[in-house]
Design a protein around this ligand. Structure first.
Ligand code: SAH
Length: 242
């Protein structure tokens, strides 16, 4: 993190150069500022998460026309009516699963692949599930291009989890569920953590469910607004606004 902090301190009062030849430089400074102003300032304190967020090129996961806003403090459209979550929410969900280098993690609703890329920086293996084929294929191609050989993406209804690779040390659900899908709880390893936004179209609360001695401990964290998880153990149809 030291490199990152000194970079933003040195550039705090500098107007960033414009022009396409400076794009990568500008994005790296904006990313460092995002880590400081949106994550550290709001209590994200897991070093692994901060380093991964500081390394992952979010601007490559959004459509070219929104690239200039890639490091803004909010969600962005990624096509097919779906969104990439606000950076703070990605960091928070990653921190809530207490990721460890040897973990195998399932992400349900991997969309653009951004959350999966952040996870891939930290853990041993990431399995991503996505119901929209175009998004899944695009995410897979980008993750491959970025060299994340430890991510595997499957096009399927993620509410049923993915039994062939279970159990998982952690599961992140990146869409709003009416309740924590039962198959996902069943695919958690002993000591495993499931993080999922639970609620309805008016809003949700992020829940963390930890499997301990065959029991499930529940904690309710913060209020959020996600697009719906659509599937057998999710909602039956989209909400119309997303
Ligand atoms: N984590 C993503 C955010 C994607 S938004 C990112 O970093 O870009 C939520 C995603 O969940 C959408 O892409 C949506 O298509 C997907 N989704 C919704 N229901 C699903 C289901 N049952 N199985 C798999 N993916 C689902």
């Amino acid at each position: 993190m030291r490199v990152c902090v000194s970079l933003i301190e040195r550039t705090a009062h500098v107007r960033l150069p414009t022009g396409p030849q400076f794009n990568e430089y500008r994005f790296s400074v904006e990313r460092a500022r995002m880590v400081r102003d949106q994550l550290v300032a709001r209590g994200i304190n897991n070093d692994r998460v901060l380093v991964a967020m500081g390394r992952t090129p979010r601007h490559l996961f959004v459509p070219p026309e929104t690239r200039a806003h890639a490091y803004d403090d909010g969600p962005l459209p990624i096509g097919a009516g779906q969104t990439i979550s606000q950076p703070f929410i990605v960091a928070l969900m990653t921190q809530l699963i207490l990721p460890m280098p040897n973990d195998r993690v399932l992400e349900v609703g991997c969309g653009s692949g951004y959350q999966a890329a952040v996870l891939a920086e930290i853990v041993r293996e990431v399995i991503g599930l996505e119901r929209i084929g175009d998004l899944a294929l695009q995410a897979e191609a980008l993750l491959h291009k970025l060299g994340h050989a430890n991510v595997d993406i499957h096009i399927r209804d993620g509410t049923e989890g993915y039994a062939p690779a279970a159990p998982y040390d952690a599961i992140i659900v990146s869409a709003a569920a009416p309740e924590a899908p039962e198959p996902l709880m069943g695919q958690l390893a002993e000591g495993g953590r499931l993080v999922v936004p639970v609620g309805d179209e008016t809003g949700q609360v992020i829940e963390r469910i930890t499997r301990r001695h065959g029991r499930f401990e529940r904690e309710r964290m913060i209020e959020v607004r996600f697009v719906p998880l659509i599937g057998r153990y999710g909602f039956k149809k989209s909400w119309g606004w997303e």
